[in-house]
Design a protein around this ligand. Sequence first.
Ligand SMILES: [Ca+2]
Ligand SMILES: [Ca+2]
Length: 498
Amino acid sequence: MKKLVCLVLATLVSSACFALGEFNVTDITAWTQAQRAALPNFHWFTFTNPAGVFSFWPTTRSPLGVYTGEIYDTWSGYEQARVYGNGTDATVQPFGVFYWSYWSGDDYHWGSSSWILPDDANDRGTMVGRSIMPGYTNNPQVFAQVHGFVRDGYSGQIKDMTPNADQARVSGVNNRGEFLVTEQGSVPEYYYRTYRVNTDGTHTEFDGVSAWDEALLGPDGTVIGLAYEGVYIQPVATEPTGGGSTYTFLHPINTLDRAVVTGMNGRGWVVGYSYNYATLEYFPTMWERSVSGTWKSYDLNDYHSTSWILDQVKGVADDGTIVATAHPDGTDNWQSNWVMLKPSAAHSKVQGHLDLQDFLGAEVMAYEFEVTAEVWNTSMTVLKDKITVPIDAQGNFQLWTPITGATKVRLKVGHWLSSVVSATLSSSTPATVAPTFLNGDVDEDNAVTIFDYSALSDAFDSTRGAESYRLGADLDGDGYIGIFDYVILSQNFDKAGA
Ligand SMILES: [Ca+2]
Ligand SMILES: [Ca+2]
């Protein structure tokens, strides 16, 4: 029935109604741990523990497989945060302990509590989250003290992001090393502020957006947070280069009043569910960002032809695989199964090795850059898709796109100039490319200019870990910003990306 409506609308309004394409649905409820472990990574959702690791409850699994989760220390009784994978295995202790006691009238009660929760990690093993000390503080409005933290994957340093606020939470980190902070304070009056810490150390503020709960930081810097719309708090998405009060509401579908976002992938598919507060009936929802930056929403029950009723979408991977809870038609929605959705027309895969020139730091910098790919028509007049995916420790990448046929793909990585390759895309055979990238674009505007000299000078003579060090100015990746980085910049001065 819904499909019929969609067809009619499609002919009247636009041809975009079925642009999403259908999905094949597989019931994976009875799958073994090994079968589920072979699924692609859904980043903010995981079914599985890393193999051979016990007493660890992971909650996230980054695109290249770094887990974060909790472990319980039986000696202290306190929960700790753990990050595991890609050579990293570290735990972070709670920032403090809250001791409580009270007299109930006939007995004295006392104890202590403390825990720390990770919210996200990137492929380098940088973990972010919050340490919670429940109990009454000096401020009667504040019933728990929450400290936001960042554990750096390179140095292992742990940074408290709460120095000037009553509370803070760091809810996201991406492979660029950007992270997302919400602060709450009470001086001179109650406030909250949400900002992204950028790769060059600057802050981008988002007015009226909270990233305290249900927030995501996308691989390209997109922030998914919450903002008021009328009486409801709804999900919003910002532009990767945006800020201030500019954001787009990710509205619930089907005239429902609430929506929850659970995940996103590198090509701008955001997933979650819509519901009414009164009925708690869930509708599987996807919001898609077009290359021009407009958003469209979909009820995923309109995009498959099985008798499953999908409820909550829990994750989406870069290849378009989705996981959701579902119930058989004619039963109640608490009789949940797990299902996997795969695009019926498999996405085209592009893969290859990126030759990042004048770079020594493979071991040091592994996993610290992502590649953004634009898929164009062959004359490069029409931009068809835009995808951001991680690069592994050997400089390899893979991405997926629904686009097929002859294309030009423009690739850009961190402080290298962009490179353009021809690629014929098909869902049956991956296209393999081997682009070469010139180094020296410190400020990432895709040209090597006097501004890059200036940015490099500002960071000159600093070693990784120092306040003035910038990953983007360490062109050769040796952990120090010095004369060799100047030489690289000089060699490519005045050049611009393709
Ligand atoms: Ca530049
Ligand atoms: Ca260097």
